[in-house]
Write a protein that binds this ligand. Structure first.
Ligand code: NAP
Length: 354
């Protein structure tokens, strides 16, 4: 397939945030053919980002500058996505949005390239990236689903603080410093009590703590995150009848979401056969038998990682531990992989037609 010349104008809205900084670094590291990068931020401070050895200012959004781009990554917020994405896409700009704003819109493809790149369409210029918690599971479960059809998932997630953005991470570090000082003053070896500064970005103190709330609760008692994991998995796998039960938990980890998952199948699937399937699954790294990944050794790594694959309560159930970097495969990397797919198809230029 003939590739267009590397003359792409690429913008990143939210380039100064947790995901945005990773995204800009990935564009450089993976040699994405961006001739020009236009980073944007809220404009509340004079931020800049480094790209190919240069420091580029990241001012407030300028719609005309965005509309002149071939590709815009939105890594900011639902509000910003709602304001910008549809009008840019209508003008023929490719938009890849990492917020949850359009993920469940039936007209918008919600894409994880290892699973459903086929959902990408040259006529659908607005593309949604998935929730960072379900991405790892979607990649790891897909090869098993194709063979033995997953009917039911039971999930407990252990979610890093960076998943809630830069301000949550700042809060975590501030609380941790207070905790560390208190520990220094407990010389008698008694377990200290841990009151820490009042939380603002997260619902509870996170240093020295875990809590079962990621997002706000609905009338039935489910958190926003729990609902996103269930509904987005159904969309990405094309499995509307999938039964999903999730408890999403925030843990004092900087980076990397982990999930304990029980997978219920329509047909029997042995751990040995599942292991063979997962060993050759794209985008997945399976630990040796008995081994397992952790957030700390997964942070900064490209593949989704899994381990502790074992039999469940009967021949139709397996248990699995899945870890992925929420800022990479959970957001920035997945978006760049979508852009790379569009580039390989020669769809990225504004004048490209089917
Ligand atoms: N963190 C994750 O693991 C993760 C995973 C998947 C998806 N996402 C989604 O990715 C998006 C970014 O998340 P994040 O964790 O990177 O958040 P973040 O660290 O809080 O960064 C937010 C970014 O958006 C910018 N911004 C805020 N208001 C803006 C405005 N009105 N106009 C333009 N830019 C504005 C901020 O600019 P300033 O620097 O000027 O404040 C910053 O660059 C969110 O939609 C989030 O739901 C995040």
């Amino acid at each position: 397939m003939a590739r267009p010349k590397a003359a792409l104008r690429v913008a990143v809205v939210g380039a100064t945030g947790m995901v945005g900084r990773e995204l800009v670094a990935l564009l450089e590291r993976r040699r994405f053919p961006a001739a020009e990068l236009r980073p944007f931020s809220s404009g509340r401070a004079r931020f800049s980002v480094r790209f190919k050895g240069r420091s580029i200012p990241a001012p407030a959004v300028d719609f005309r500058a965005l509309a002149a781009c071939d590709l815009v990554f939105l890594v900011s917020s639902e509000t910003v996505a709602r304001r910008l994405a549809p009008s840019l896409a209508r003008r023929g700009v490719w938009v890849i949005d990492d917020s949850s704003e359009f993920r469940l819109d039936p007209k918008v493809p919600l894409v994880i390239p290892e699973v459903n790149a086929a959902a990408l369409d040259i006529h659908k210029r607005l593309i949604a990236g998935p929730n960072c918690t379900m991405t790892g599971l979607a990649v790891a479960g897909w090869p098993l689903h194709k063979v033995a059809r997953i009917r039911e998932l039971r999930i407990a997630s252990y979610q890093a603080v960076s998943g809630a953005g830069r301000s949550a991470l700042g809060e975590f570090f501030a609380q941790t410093r207070v905790l560390a000082r208190r520990l220094d003053f407990a010389p008698d070896g008694r377990a200290p009590l841990f009151p820490v500064p009042h939380p603002r970005a997260l619902p509870r103190a996170i240093a020295g703590n875990v809590f079962p709330q990621v997002g706000s609760f609905d009338a039935a008692g489910y958190s926003g995150e729990e609902n996103k994991v269930a509904s987005e998995l159904r969309k990405v796998w094309g499995a509307p009848g999938l039964r999903v039960s999730v408890t999403a938990v925030r843990v004092p980890v900087v980076r990397g979401h982990a999930l304990a998952v029980w997978l219920g199948f329509a047909r029997p699937l042995s751990p040995a056969r599942a292991r063979r399937l997962l060993e050759r699954a794209p985008g997945l790294e399976l630990s040796q038998e008995g081994g397992y990944p952790t957030p700390l050794d997964t942070a900064g790594r490209v593949p989704v990682r899994a381990g502790r694959l074992r039999a469940g309560v009967d021949s139709k159930e397996l248990a699995l531990w899945v870890v992925s970097d929420n800022l990479l495969k959970g957001a920035a990397l997945n978006s760049v992989q979508i852009a790379e797919f569009l580039w390989r198809r020669a769809w990225l230029r504004r004048d490209a037609t089917s």
